[in-house]
Design a protein around this ligand. Structure first.
Ligand code: NOJ
Length: 584
């Protein structure tokens, strides 16, 4: 559970001791705030899908730059960019063929620099991808390795074997496409190891030259000024016989080594761990504050979906109880959807069956061990359900990540291959190509979502800008309210027990901020009686309206909520609440 970090607050005013490595670095992003990632609202997007500035059908950096105002207005203060490096794009860019270049379809290094500078001017930080577990088989390192003699230093940059039964205890991740973690290379006359697609050979992290090369890649982007690196597929760096080849101590050693390199030169930059593992295993990726600053909380995500569909808070409360404490300067990253399938690896078999039954009736909605759909269709287009899920995203412990397009309720296309159905072009307007591109429609990198009810003619930014009650404008307010209180990003999470299990209640506490969150998971109105006697005398201030509710007394505190409603209160001493009280 969560130790109250109020007991020993971290010093937030620690001045930066080094200047940034980048001579062009813009001072507009506050260098002194070493815990910035705790107060962040992250917006995740693919440059390719966002906005095409040169009418070639692919989004690009210039296009993204045009749209920074939109991101700023949404209230996001950090952008996470999916891979934009040269790549055969057989895994949408996670198959990298050159680490220190930009895919020319998306622009040039100068365009990337311009984007960074413009983002920093707006106080928006930028997180990019460090994909180091594997490369594309087209990467020169792999081409060199396969041609080099067996057991030579060059061959040794990847993981080879003559025996495809080695490391037999290792699961397959892409179960729909791969039969083995080994593939035969006719050129090398050996098998090579790959945890993902067979065109993505794993680098050999037992080789110190590989670790050094990866550090140089890291430094290259940090020197340019990126604020954080998402460490893709980080549990799989090292392989050992007789293990499942995940989360090994040697893998953590590599991470500590990378972190030391980060800290030596780049204060206030962060690592975000992608470790799709159980909470106790993910805990290890924070180390003693000497590995990653942040890590995704994968297991809580499907449980939010379970809770709302079961109308029962138990799945969320249970997983939070299993969530260990993390070091004070570390942080969870939470999300509802992302560019991948809604992963069901961190649930029991029974829970997986439930999720498939409820959320993926059509087999086309399923891929690998997960569901390839977006948030709005998962909620059957229910506005109240979408709002409640977003309210949970913004109030559960950790830094929230919004997947582009979910803020306007975009739909998906389950007829596209792989996970492409949730990666379609951003819907800016009802104009041609949804305002995404001026290219011929046939030239777009992906079909647009056109069918009702999620087609771009109705679901688009322009339309939602004009309607005060739109989801987009509601999302802006939600983010605004959250950002008024540090407790959401930094506070403890304390569940409040109530007899009615259809209501999920918790308190977020940080210094003098005490926030009570009450969520009705049910499609019907509910009441809940809360034992708040420990907070007797406090006055609840409803955060959206700034209305004072009746003070907390000796009796159980009674609240009623409409279907899928939520309420956020700041609990204040009466003297502080006075300024908000008004006669009705
Ligand atoms: C994790 C990424 O999120 C996913 O999109 C990718 O396919 C795998 N890593 C393999 O690179």
């Amino acid at each position: 559970m969560y130790r109250p970090i109020t007991e020993t607050p971290v010093d937030e005013s620690t001045p930066a001791t080094h200047a940034r490595g980048n001579p062009h670095h813009n001072e507009s992003v506050n260098d002194n705030d070493s815990l910035w990632y705790k107060d962040a609202i992250i917006y995740q997007l693919h440059v390719k899908s966002y906005r095409d500035s040169n009418a070639d059908g692919f989004g690009d950096f210039r296009g993204l730059l045009e749209k920074l105002d939109y991101i700023e207005q949404l209230g996001a203060n950090t952008v996470w960019l999916l891979p934009f490096y040269p790549s055969p794009l057989r895994d949408d860019g996670y198959d990298i063929s050159a680490y220190e270049e930009i895919n020319p379809t998306y622009g040039s290094i100068d365009d990337f620099r311009a984007l960074l500078e413009a983002a920093h001017d707006r106080h928006i930080r930028v997180i990019t991808e460090l994909v180091i577990n594997h490369t594309s088989d087209q990467h020169p390192w792999f081409q060199r390795a396969r041609r080099a003699p067996k057991d030579s230093p060059e061959r040794n940059w990847y993981v080879w074997s003559d025996d495809p039964n080695k490391y037999a205890g290792t699961r397959i991740i892409f179960t729909d496409t791969e039969k083995s973690n080994w593939s035969w290379d006719p050129e090398a006359q050996q098998f090579y190891w790959h945890r993902f697609f067979s065109h993505q050979p794993d680098l050999n992290f037992d080789n110190p030259e590989v670790v050094e090369a990866v550090k140089n890649v890291m430094r290259f982007w940090l020197r340019m000024g990126v604020d954080g690196l998402r460490l893709d597929a980080i549990p799989y760096l090292i392989e050992r016989d007789g293990t499942n080849c995940e989360n090994l101590p040697e893998t953590h050693q590599v991470l500590k080594d990378l972190r030391a390199a980060l800290d030596a030169e780049f204060p206030n930059r962060i690592f975000l761990a992608e470790a799709n593992q159980w909470p106790s295993d993910v805990r290890q990726y924070f180390g003693h504050s000497d590995e990653c600053h942040m890590a995704f909380h994968f297991p809580v995500m499907p449980r939010m979906y379970m809770a709302i569909r079961k109308e029962d808070r138990t799945p969320v409360v249970d997983i939070m109880r299993q969530t260990p404490e993390i070091p004070e300067d570390c942080q969870w990253a939470i999300f509802l959807r992302n560019h991948d399938e809604l992963t069901l690896e961190m649930v029991t078999d029974e829970e997986r069956d439930y999720m498939y039954r409820e959320y993926a009736r059509d087999p086309r909605m399923r891929i690998n061990v997960g569901i390839r759909r977006r948030l709005n269709p998962l909620m059957d287009g229910g506005r109240r359900q979408v709002e409640l899920m977003n309210a949970l995203l913004m109030s559960m412990p950790g830094t929230p990540i919004i997947y582009y397009g979910d803020e306007i309720g975009m739909g998906d296309n389950i007829y596209l291959g792989d996970r492409n159905g949730v990666r379609t072009p951003m819907q800016w307007s009802a104009d041609r190509n949804a305002g995404f591109s001026e290219a011929d429609t046939a030239a777009l990198f992906s079909p647009l979502i056109v069918d009702p009810p999620y087609g771009y003619h109705t679901v688009n930014v322009g339309a939602q800008e004009r309607v005060p009650t739109s989801l987009l404008r509601w999302m802006r307010r939600l983010i605004n309210v959250r950002q008024e209180y540090k407790a959401f990003g930094r506070g403890t999470w304390e569940p409040v027990d109530a007899a009615n299990r259809r209501v999920l209640v918790f308190i977020r506490r940080y210094r003098d901020e005490l926030i009570l969150c009450v969520n009705n998971l049910s499609r019907f109105a509910q009441y809940v009686e809360l034992d708040l006697h420990a907070l007797r005398g406090m006055v609840p201030l409803e955060l959206w309206s700034k209305n004072c509710f009746p003070g907390i007394g000796d009796l159980p505190y009674l609240l009623t909520l409409g279907p899928h409603n939520f309420l956020w209160f700041r609990l204040m001493p009466p003297e502080q609440a006075k300024s908000y009280q008004r006669s009705t």
